[in-house]
Design a protein. Structure first.
Length: 259
């Protein structure tokens, strides 16, 4: 399931200046995705936006959850939770939490960002170790980047064929870089009707999870919400697809093309 949230992050690797008064989301927004592995309805993933504060700073608290469902859970159980606390004003993360159990592979990580010291402290609770990483203000975590960049990019400024890079801190592997290529507009048929989307091609590490560097495609609604509509990837073994399956509390109108 961690791959699913990496898929989401890949799109939001388009760097710009965040604008609080032009947000693409609000507290109460909830997104649900149905994840298919081949022909099997393998799991569901959700993202929920809440309000909170950390040391007096107003923050969004986003919780992402993923679980296997039905037939797939008999063979490979997944129970993942990702949480991020990030500034409502600037979009920078203050805390990131990852708790995963994927077929017995577990992670229990908490990252705290200290901008006065330009440092992120990662606490790996499973092995009782802490790691320090030097950071800059532009750093994002897996979840905060998704929302920060939803507020930031201008679709009119995207150039077909151009690629963007962005640094992110995810786990004890440290800070790493995503590269993303914009492929243009495309209309998709969904359970809600036809939706005009922006299509992207993230470059990913081939071999361990993905079949090739260009194995992943992502479609995002071309409206003020900028929400993922579909994600497809060729894995080292099989393929995976995720479709938007439910939503609530969107700040802006979800645009459906009427024939």
């Amino acid at each position: 399931m961690k791959q699913f949230y990496l898929f989401l992050f890949a799109f939001w690797s388009i760097v710009a200046m965040a604008q609080e008064n032009n947000t693409a989301f609000k507290p109460g927004e909830w997104l649900k995705f149905r994840v298919h592995y081949g022909f099997i309805n393998a799991s569901y993933a959700t993202l929920q936006v809440n309000s909170d504060s950390i040391k007096g700073v107003p923050v969004y608290h986003v919780v992402g959850k993923g679980k296997t469902a039905g037939f797939a859970s008999l063979f490979f159980k997944v129970d993942d939770t990702f949480e991020s606390y990030f500034s409502k004003k600037e979009g920078k993360p203050y805390k990131f939490i990852r708790k995963t159990n994927e077929g017995g592979y577990t992670k229990d990580i908490e990252v705290n960002f200290d901008y006065e010291k330009d440092m992120a402290i990662l606490n790996d609770k499973k092995v009782n170790k802490k790691f320090n990483f030097t950071i800059q203000n532009e750093i994002q975590d897996l979840i905060s980047a998704f929302y920060y960049l939803r507020n930031s990019y201008d679709p009119k400024a995207l150039v077909e064929g151009e690629s963007i890079e962005l640094d992110m801190l995810y786990d004890d592997d440290g800070i790493f870089k995503f590269k993303l290529k914009y492929l243009g507009k495309q209309i998709l048929r969904t359970k809600y009707g036809k939706v005009e989307c922006l299509k992207f091609r993230p470059y990913v590490q081939s071999g361990r999870v993905f079949k090739e560097q260009e194995s992943l495609s992502l479609w995002v609604s071309n409206d003020l919400n900028k929400i993922p509509i579909r994600i497809k990837a060729e894995l080292a073994v099989g393929s995976i697809k995720a479709d938007l399956d439910g939503y609530n509390g969107l700040k802006n109108q979800f645009k459906i093309i009427i024939d």
